[in-house]
Design a protein around this ligand. Structure first.
Ligand code: SAH
Ligand code: SF4
Length: 438
């Protein structure tokens, strides 16, 4: 989501007449886009801002700004931490960036622009040129869920879904500029259109008879010429409705892949986290997706060391991860966030223990991921061809519908930005290798 927001900020500044610098060292203006989700992310942003302000010794007059979650969370306090900061702009006011830059150029300093929780956000379009083949498109902003550990609802505000027409126009423009794969973004992306209306009577009816706003959006995106692939993230089990599963299984452009963060496999911890599902409900949702899509790929997020997480809770997470059969998993050590309900609970799992649990889950995932990749040897995967492989320029690479990197030898007539069928001949833990089949 921050990648998308940074692209939008760059697009706004280009439209205002600024030119993108070739490198950070060349830049007269640097804006740090920040994340507040864990303490470490904020520490990194603060460190970077300090270095940038100090870099004015070699780069006099350089402007330094902050955007994103930390700007929204800290408000005025950021100027105490980073006295040299020129401006700070919160999550729903990205549209103000060119105006703030102009004011700083006119001599003002320490400008702050943040928003209330329910303000309708600015959603500037991203760059449409030189985007490559894949682009992120934010469809839902904010979050109404309030998981006990999470700062996102405080810093990104109440849920707001962009009108479908606006999203479809943005994607059509991206597709005209060569984008072939879009990833639709939202914290609970399947909640799209549940809090505010996104379709109106003048929109054409859904050809497939979809009544829920999100599956209907998937169908409309799939109809845009040039869009070969659609992904979306993050999912929640409550959004895995029959309609959603039908849309995923029947719209050829929608990848059979879902990022469905589970966070824990233990019911007491899920309850304390206020995730809104049990282990059983989560596995039920996974079962439904797999039943409709035999080639379905599943990825997840897990938090280790949530307050009160015992060894038994942790073991429950391990067994759940096996039962669910995750293709990939991001593991996070619990980090108390100021003002969240979990921050009131004792952070009682030691840092060493969080580290150990983190390592155990990573090792489990390595084994599981390798075995799942091995099982793909002998299959034919449809790959969105990206071009030369990063590791070996002689070979080409692309991604499978399950989002795995596939490396292969280029063949006559194969163009980047098209779909190719690749027979998988070998698997490594993070990569598949194969040959193009005609
Ligand atoms: N909206 C998404 C998650 C967004 S935050 C969802 O509900 O799934 C991305 C990930 O960061 C979360 O899935 C969680 O695993 C992790 N995370 C969020 N808050 C955290 C915290 N306080 N400590 C550690 N990890 C956290
Ligand atoms: Fe945070 Fe939960 Fe919302 Fe995800 S669903 S952003 S974890 S509050």
């Amino acid at each position: 989501m921050n990648v998308r927001d940074s692209e939008a900020a760059a697009a706004l500044l280009s439209a205002a007449g600024y030119e993108q610098a070739a490198s950070e060292a060349d830049a007269d203006l640097v804006i740090v886009n920040s994340c507040s989700v864990r303490a470490k992310a904020e520490e990194k942003a603060l460190g970077k801002l300090g270095l940038l302000c100090a870099s004015r010794r070699d780069h006099p007059g350089r402007l330094v700004g902050l955007m994103g979650c930390m700007a929204q969370r800290l408000g005025e306090a950021i100027f105490k931490k980073i006295p040299g900061l020129d401006f700070s702009v919160g999550t729903r006011r990205a549209g103000a960036i060119p105006r703030l830059v102009a004011r700083v150029l006119a001599g003002e300093r320490g400008l702050l622009e943040t928003s209330s929780q329910d303000e309708i956000p600015d959603v500037p379009d991203a760059h449409v040129e030189d985007m490559g083949f894949s682009a992120f498109v934010t469809i839902l902003l904010g979050c109404n869920r309030r998981c006990a550990y999470c700062i996102v609802p405080d810093v990104r505000g109440r849920e707001y879904s962009r009108p479908a027409r606006e999203i479809l126009a943005e994607i059509a423009a991206l597709a005209r500029h060569g984008v072939r794969e879009v990833t639709l973004l939202g914290q609970s992306v399947m909640n799209y259109g549940r809090m505010n209306p996104v379709w109106d009577e003048t929109d054409p009816p859904s050809p497939g008879g979809y009544r829920e706003p999100f599956p209907r959006l998937l169908e409309a995106v799939a109809a845009i010429p040039g869009v070969l692939r659609i992904r979306f993230t993050s999912g929640h089990p409550s959004g895995c409705t029959d309609e959603l599963v039908r849309a995923m299984a029947s719209l050829p452009q929608v990848c059979h892949h879902l990022h469905l963060p589970v966070q824990s496999g233990s019911d007491p911890i899920l309850k304390a986290m206020r995730r809104g599902y049990t282990r059983e409900r989560y596995l039920e949702a996974v079962g439904k997706l797999r039943a409709a899509m035999p080639d379905f790929a599943l990825t997840t997020d897990v938090i280790v060391g949530f307050p009160g997480e015992t060894e038994a809770d942790f073991e429950a997470t391990r067994t759940l991860m096996d039962e669910a059969g995750f293709d990939n998993a991001f593991i996070f050590k619990y980090s108390p966030r100021p003002g969240t309900p979990a921050a009131q609970m004792p952070d009682d799992v030691s840092d060493e223990e969080k580290m150990r649990r983190n390592q155990v889950l990573l090792a489990d995932q390595d084994r599981r991921g390798s075995a799942l990749n091995e099982a793909l040897v002998g299959t034919v995967q449809e790959v969105l061809v990206e071009g030369r492989s990063l590791r070996n320029a002689e070979r080409w690479a692309g991604r499978s519908p399950g989002n795995k990197i596939v490396v292969f030898d280029p063949v006559e007539g194969l163009e980047p930005g098209t779909l190719a069928k690749v027979a998988i001949t070998r698997a490594a833990p993070q990569t598949l290798y194969g040959e193009v089949v005609r």
